[in-house]
Ligand binder design. Structure first.
Ligand code: SF4
Length: 286
């Protein structure tokens, strides 16, 4: 294993994509997670070592995502490990089921919560998730998070923009202040074709951010997981981030872009990559 040097990712963020298991089977899920999904081949020691390397590389924030990250047995330990290294930790959960220990952890300084909300209309939301009671569960746990003073952001994911204004109004009424809107991305079950393409990416992928999948593979972001630039199980994270395969992936993603995003990219967590639908301030390739 190579000694980890501070990298160009200083103050950036890393997605820790810990599982493909989820209680839901959303029709748009960009990595096709679901009840039959597995936790991959990364051990908890692999994840903790990766967090150490990320902290050493200057990463300021990790996001735990999946699948449903609360279903992976070691997610809480990984989050606490990152907090202990002065990193911010966001958990991107579907909020279907949140246990008591998780509510306690989410109230620790440095922790925050994110979720997807498809519609103020329960039927429309549940049609997206494939589970009849999911709207009620997600909404109830969202309300509880707000009551507990947990920092929350919500992404409204839409196929066609219908009902977005009403959904935003409902969320604002509940007290959510960080609300983003994103279109369904053309990956996983949201894809029209079997071949993934860079056209669905915002263009900032790999620029101060990267994702690590359940098998340890490193990609420019969670949406571009087919662009494997190395694996943290057999190489140091900083070497992968600064390596030729990540540089090639960045070149491929930004090829032909006429309007490159400014550096640093204004891609805050509540504004992550929202091309297309509606009022987008993002500057994707298209
Ligand atoms: S989109 Fe999220 S909540 Fe829905 S199936 Fe995929 S991982 Fe689960």
């Amino acid at each position: 294993m190579t000694i980890t040097e501070p990298s160009a990712l200083a103050t950036g963020k890393i997605w820790l994509d810990v599982t493909r298991q989820c209680q839901l089977s959303c029709v748009h899920c960009y990595n096709s997670s679901g009840p039959d999904g597995g936790h991959g081949t990364m051990t908890v020691q692999d994840w903790l070592r990766t967090v150490d390397q990320a902290a050493q590389a200057g990463v300021g924030m990790v996001q735990l995502i999946g699948g449903e990250p609360l279903l992976y047995p070691h997610t809480k330990e990984i989050a606490e490990h990152a907090l202990d290294r002065n990193m911010g930790v966001e958990v991107y959960s579907n909020l279907v089921h949140v246990t008591g220990p998780w509510w306690e952890l989410l109230q620790r300084p440095g922790m925050s919560l994110a979720t997807s909300y498809y519609s103020a209309d329960p039927d429309r939301h549940n049609a997206m998730t494939g589970r009849p009671a999911s709207h009620a569960r997600t909404r109830a746990n969202l309300v509880r998070a707000l009551e507990l003073g947990i920092e929350v952001r919500v992404a409204i994911i839409t196929t066609d923009g219908a009902g977005v204004d009403q959904t935003r109004t409902e969320l604002e009424g509940l007290g959510v202040t960080r609300i983003g809107v994103d279109r369904v991305r053309p990956y996983g079950r949201g894809a029209d074709t079997s071949e993934p393409s860079c056209e669905g990416l915002c263009g900032a992928c790999g620029d101060g951010r990267a994702s690590i999948g359940p098998d340890g593979s490193v990609a420019p972001c969670v949406f571009s997981s087919w662009m494997r630039t190395g694996n943290v199980r057999d190489a140091a994270l900083a070497d992968i981030l600064n390596g030729p395969r990540m540089a090639q992936a960045r070149a491929t993603i930004t090829a032909g872009k006429n309007d490159p995003p400014p550096n640093p990219v204004p891609c805050e967590p509540d504004r992550w990559c929202s091309p297309g639908v509606p009022d987008s301030g993002c500057t994707p390739r298209t």
